[in-house]
Ligand binder design. Structure first.
Ligand code: PBG
Length: 342
């Protein structure tokens, strides 16, 4: 027989009950904080963007991206080998094309032996276990730095789509595992899917830069691939207005209907609301690109001693996971992977 009299607590008022809640109980020790931690950064979440240059055994610093290098293909292969050893699942390649090879149509994107395709072949040969993601945008190849064919001040949509669909087939033939069009032309995902399928590349996936904003955070990247001085005007007629969210839904829906396997939001940290909205709406593999300007901000503040760079790096990546990302393209990938292994 239970001799206990009804305890006082059973009769507590709502006020008493709520006043006994203490959220700090689970925060008091490392073990309990670890136990209740909801989100984690894992090496499996990381995609490493790398910059390529022509030549051999040469690397260059990128001024506004301390720690980031442009590498010739041979050095890039070695760097990717190290990334694979660290467990990084994929790399994304971005070429700095010599000015002599650029024209107003970005024709060199259709060269099966261009820098990006050469790099893919070399990487897949040496490190077949790592995923290679190639961008099919025209901007590294155009003399005006735009992602499309420019005619009388207008970026031509359909002509651009035709060209990048063709380029996507060449990139797939070189061994790319994922084609990631970053140009934001209408109809490009469907055109790329059709072109890949028609050429026997049914297994090559498409990661759509579904929501790419006309952002100020791309500055250091344009320096890295040498388009900064070339760009005439801005990209507002094809990238999304940073003020809009509904448009991100419509863009993404369209890309998924056309056949995108995964979606990306770019830039990252200033657009966490978009990531969350897209993940909740579509429930598809969702990625963020922590872009060059975001990287530069953290590095610059850290180099000035104004923030703890490593902690800020990890906290920013955790924010992406919290917002709903399955993975993150980040220039910090190797640094994070090394840190996670330590
Ligand atoms: C353009 C492209 C951009 C980036 C990658 N591909 C944006 C741009 O230059 O307009 C930005 C990446 C970064 O800032 O890290 N196709």
């Amino acid at each position: 027989m239970n001799k206990m009299t009804p305890s006082k607590t059973a009769l507590r008022s709502v006020d008493e009950i709520t006043s006994s809640r203490r959220l700090r109980r689970m925060r008091k020790a490392d073990w309990s904080r670890r136990l209740v931690q909801e989100h984690h950064i894992r090496v499996d979440d990381l995609i490493w963007p790398i910059f390529l240059i022509e030549g051999e055994n040469r690397e260059e610093d990128v001024a506004a991206m301390p720690g980031v290098k442009r590498m010739t293909v041979d050095l890039a292969v070695r760097a990717v080998e190290r990334a694979a050893k660290l467990g990084i699942p994929a790399v994304a390649t971005f070429p700095k094309i010599d000015i002599s090879k650029k024209d107003d149509r970005g024709s060199a994107i259709l060269d099966a032996d261009n820098l990006i395709n050469k790099a893919t072949r070399a990487i897949k040969k040496a490190v077949p276990e790592i995923g290679v993601i190639t961008d099919v945008a025209l901007d590294p190849f155009t003399s005006h730095g735009h992602d499309g064919i420019l005619s009388n001040g207008v970026i031509l949509n359909d002509e651009t789509v035709e060209q990048i669909a063709h380029a996507a087939v060449l990139q797939a033939a070189a061994g790319a595992d994922i084609i990631a069009p970053s140009d934001m032309m209408d109809g490009r995902i469907g055109a790329i899917r059709d072109a890949l399928d028609a050429n026997g590349f049914q297994e090559v996936a498409i990661m759509s830069y579904a929501t790419k904003f006309a952002s100020a955070f791309y500055g250091p990247y344009r320096d890295a691939i040498g388009t900064a001085g070339l760009l005439k005007g801005d990209k507002k007629t094809y990238y999304i207005d940073p003020a809009n969210t509904d448009e991100a839904i419509r863009e993404t829906e369209q890309d998924l209907v056309e056949g995108a396997d995964m979606i990306m939001v770019k830039p990252g940290l200033p657009y966490l609301d978009i990531i969350r909205r897209l993940k909740d709406t579509f429930a598809v593999p969702t990625f963020a690109y922590q872009v060059s300007g975001e990287y530069a901000m953290i590095k610059a503040a850290a180099m000035n001693g104004w923030i703890d760079g490593e902690k800020a790096m990890l906290e920013s990546l955790l924010a992406f996971k919290r917002a709903g990302c399955d993975g993150i393209l980040t220039y910090f990938a190797v640094e994070v992977a090394e840190r996670l292994k330590a």
